[in-house]
Design a binder for this molecule. Structure first.
Ligand SMILES: Cc1ncc(COP(=O)(O)O)c(C=O)c1O
Length: 402
């Protein structure tokens, strides 16, 4: 890293000393942030091109979100769902309307929302579809990333995520992503849901072939199977539309949302579906102490309000076109491939040049924060408030390290 760092090495060593090593962070110690920029403890500024894996779509400390959080902190923070609070209905209604669904079930983390979707799909399968008891199956895709619980890693195909965490939860079938014939072959009378990311983020921003998502929709409808779209990373403006499914005019039976829903302030996740699906749950069958708490609802209602303006989706589409054009020009000049939609790009660095990790370290030296994913792939997902000139500058830094 750069020579003028004073406090950073000791702070990194202190963090390493006291935490489990379940992450391998870049040696940058952030102490403040605003918009698309963060500042470290040595006063160095970085353009944030990861945005908390899309949890910071609206940038760091968006004024409207911070104001909503402050106002709520001064009134009421937590009740549990044993009581109703005055922020709850407004949030659920706003999110249900944004999704075009009847009902919302709020949770906290993304993994909890995915677990919720799995439980709802199974219950729907037994109570509505008539699948024999304990026989429900859910079809998922190779290369998926849906979180870290023991059930979710049971159907991961990433050895790091899965190995030595068994015994695994049964009831999942894995098919190649983007392959409709394989999906069709996997569906039978026990299938209750197809659970997919409309764009696979952790896998390297993999966009499925055109026609795949409509094909999944059609297969699900024909076979009376729920299409569950995990839009935790792809949703809420990231790809230039509210949901990544919107690009192909597809409406899933259940949206699974998280990350940006909490405005980069609090963990907020949710599933949204119609009454015939989410209505299968009865009191006592599912829940979470913090799910739908007043602070979360106040912030997330404001998030939905920002999305309703369309401004962030528009910015993502316009700036994304610029980003993809600029990155495309680097293919053959150090990049092997560029994928993605909107302000979301997976770039494959020529492994002969350097690993993704080395590239991220060099970018950090130049003031750009990004994160490698598999091997020499890097994901770029700047906050949607990034300015065009800042984006151009980030691509210049990438060109320079290549
Ligand atoms: C598509 C997708 N689903 C689920 C999750 C899990 O979310 P969380 O880390 O909040 O549990 C992630 C996180 O990266 C994700 O990208």
């Amino acid at each position: 890293m750069v020579d003028d760092l004073v406090r950073t090495p000791a702070a990194v060593a202190e963090a390493e000393r006291w935490t489990a090593h379940n992450y391998h962070p870049l040696p940058v110690v952030i102490s403040s942030a605003a918009g698309a920029w963060v500042t470290d403890i040595d006063g160095k500024r970085y353009l944030d091109c990861l945005a908390g894996y899309s949890a910071l779509n609206f940038g760091h400390r968006h004024p409207a979100l911070i104001a909503a959080a402050h106002a709520q902190l001064d009134r009421l923070t937590l009740t549990s769902r044993a009581f109703v609070h005055d922020q709850f209905a407004a949030f659920c209604r706003a999110l249900a309307e944004l999704c075009g669904k009847d009902l919302v079930l709020p949770m906290n983390t993304g993994a909890e929302a995915v677990e919720t979707a799995i439980k709802v799909a199974r219950k729907w399968g037994y109570r509505v579809k008539g699948v024999p008891h304990d026989k429900a199956t859910i079809v998922v895709a190779e290369g998926n990333f849906h979180g870290r619980t023991t059930t979710i890693v049971s159907f991961s195909t990433d050895p790091d995520a899965r190995a030595d965490f068994g015994p695994y939860t049964p009831g999942f079938k894995v098919v190649p992503y983007g392959d409709l014939a394989a999906l069709e072959a996997a569906i039978d009378e026990t299938t209750v849901a197809v659970l997919l990311e409309p764009i696979q983020g952790e896998q390297g921003v993999i966009v499925p072939p055109e026609g795949y998502l409509p094909g999944v929709r059609a297969l699900c409808t024909e076979n009376r199977v729920l299409f569950v779209a995990d839009e935790i990373q792809s949703g809420l403006g990231r790809t230039g539309t509210t949901f990544a499914c919107d690009h192909e005019g597809v409406v899933p039976d259940m949206y699974v949302l998280g990350k940006a829903l909490g405005g980069g302030i609090v963990p907020v996740s949710a599933v949204a579906a119609d009454q015939d699906v989410l209505g299968v749950l009865r009191p006592g069958e599912h829940g979470s102490t913090f799910g739908g708490n007043p602070l979360a609802c106040a912030v997330a209602t404001e998030v939905v309000g920002l999305l309703k303006t369309g401004e962030f989706q528009r910015r993502s589409a316009e700036l994304g076109a610029r980003l993809h054009a600029d990155l495309g020009a680097l293919v053959g000049h150090g990049l092997l491939a560029v994928r993605g939609r909107g302000l979301w790009a997976g770039i494959d660095i020529d492994p002969a040049l350097m690993t993704g990790r080395a590239a991220c370290e060099r970018l950090a030296e130049r003031g750009v924060l990004a994160k490698d994913t598999h091997g020499s792939t890097i994901r770029l997902a700047p906050p949607l408030v990034v300015e065009p000139a800042e984006l151009d500058w980030a691509v210049e830094q990438l060109a320079a390290i290549l």
